[in-house]
Design a protein around this ligand. Structure first.
Ligand code: NDP
Length: 332
């Protein structure tokens, strides 16, 4: 099998030279293992954190070893009870074309009538992040004015649509006019194009006027920095912020100064960070709820697909330049 490994720990924005393709020698399956031909591989912003040699909620990638990540594939050989050749599964041994995995670390795909790669996006980790982040962490409810950044991405586009389905007013931010048009087509009531040269704090103020609101009740943060500051500046009394990600700082390490941080006090704003794994015990509820919406076409699913294992670093790097609409994926 072939796999991507990390050759060097990136400084700042990762470069192609930080990655190397390696060969994993074939070996017979041990008891309880399955061999999986990966069909779809996920690239996610959190993987940037695993490239640093620092303690975090997931251990760093080991230099020279195959990297890991979400994958969907088909079992081609099984030495485990309950798993048969042909079963469609998901697991965490991505960044490679074929994986040998203990069956205990493999999940069969739920029997829902959607394309299999949806389980890496809207019906997988990013979808769950949007779903629980919005409804539980931010406790968003009908009537709320919700601001969401990276609204054209995997998590953000799901947040926009769940919020609309649940009767909220939604303002989405994304980079560029095309992406903003697409966010509107998902149902957003207003958009902020943060690449249009207008400070986010000003653009959000304009957007709020167009929806007839004096501020936001909920901020779903995927970006941090200037977006977070703008959300603080426009937060209503007792606003709730779900801090999901801060992609603006993943490559720089430095956070933008927050001019409006003191608004936390007067406006009694609640800010809560979370990790999607906090909600793992409720995955079945999520798959049932969202599965019905996705299968019925109520939620629009969008993917940006790179073809072939060789293209995986391109796909990953594209996350930091906005190269994706919806979920960024690699088709093996
Ligand atoms: P996306 O599909 O949203 O891809 C990343 C997007 O971020 C890009 O398309 C780009 O969109 C935007 N972006 C990149 N750099 C910047 C920047 N400097 N400023 C503003 N926007 C930028 O990725 P995901 O949906 O997978 O993840 C979204 C966020 O959620 C990330 O921060 C991620 O780390 C976080 N996350 C957190 C989880 C948790 O458990 N807490 C779980 C999953 C994700 P554009 O073209 O609009 O700039």
């Amino acid at each position: 099998a072939r796999a991507w490994s990390l050759k060097a720990r990136p400084q700042g924005m990762p470069q192609h030279t930080d990655f190397a393709m390696i060969t994993i020698p074939d070996r017979p399956l041990a008891a309880g293992e399955v061999r999986i031909a990966n069909r779809w591989l996920s690239v996610d912003p959190y993987m940037r954190g695993r490239m640093n040699d620092v303690k975090s909620y997931v251990p760093p990638f080991v230099l020279g070893e195959p990297m890991q990540g979400g994958a969907v594939g088909e079992i081609v050989e099984s030495n485990a009870d309950g798993f048969a050749v042909g079963d469609k599964v998901q697991h965490m041994m991505g960044w490679r074309d074929e994986a040998v995995v203990p069956a205990a670390q493999v999940q069969k795909l739920p029997a829902i009538d959607v394309p299999e790669q949806a389980f890496l996006g809207q019906l997988g980790m990013p979808g769950m992040t949007g779903y629980f982040g919005l409804t539980e962490v931010a406790a968003a409810k009908s009537g709320d004015v919700v601001f969401v950044s990276a609204a054209a991405g995997a998590v953000g586009s799901t947040v926009v649509q769940i919020a609309k389905a649940r009767g909220m007013t939604v303002i989405g931010s994304a980079g560029g006019a095309d992406k903003c048009d697409w966010v509107r087509s998902l149902g957003a009531d207003a958009v902020v194009d943060y690449k249009a040269g207008v400070p986010v704090v000003k653009a959000l103020g304009e957007a709020l006027k167009t929806v007839g609101a004096d501020g936001i009740d909920v901020y779903f943060d995927n970006v941090g920095g200037e977006h977070l500051d703008a959300a603080l500046a426009h937060a209503r009394m007792r606003a709730r912020f779900a801090v999901c990600g801060m992609i603006e700082v993943y490559n720089s390490g430095a956070a933008t100064e927050l001019r409006y941080l003191a608004r936390l006090i007067g406006n009694r704003i609640q800010i809560r960070g979370f990790i999607v794994s906090d909600y793992m015990d409720r995955q079945a509820d999520f798959v049932r709820d969202m599965g019905a919406l996705v299968a019925a076409g109520t939620l629009k699913r969008e993917e940006t697909v790179h073809d072939g294992l060789d293209a995986m670093p391109d796909a990953f790097l594209g996350l930091f330049s906005g190269g994706n609409r919806g979920k960024m994926l690699v088709r093996v």
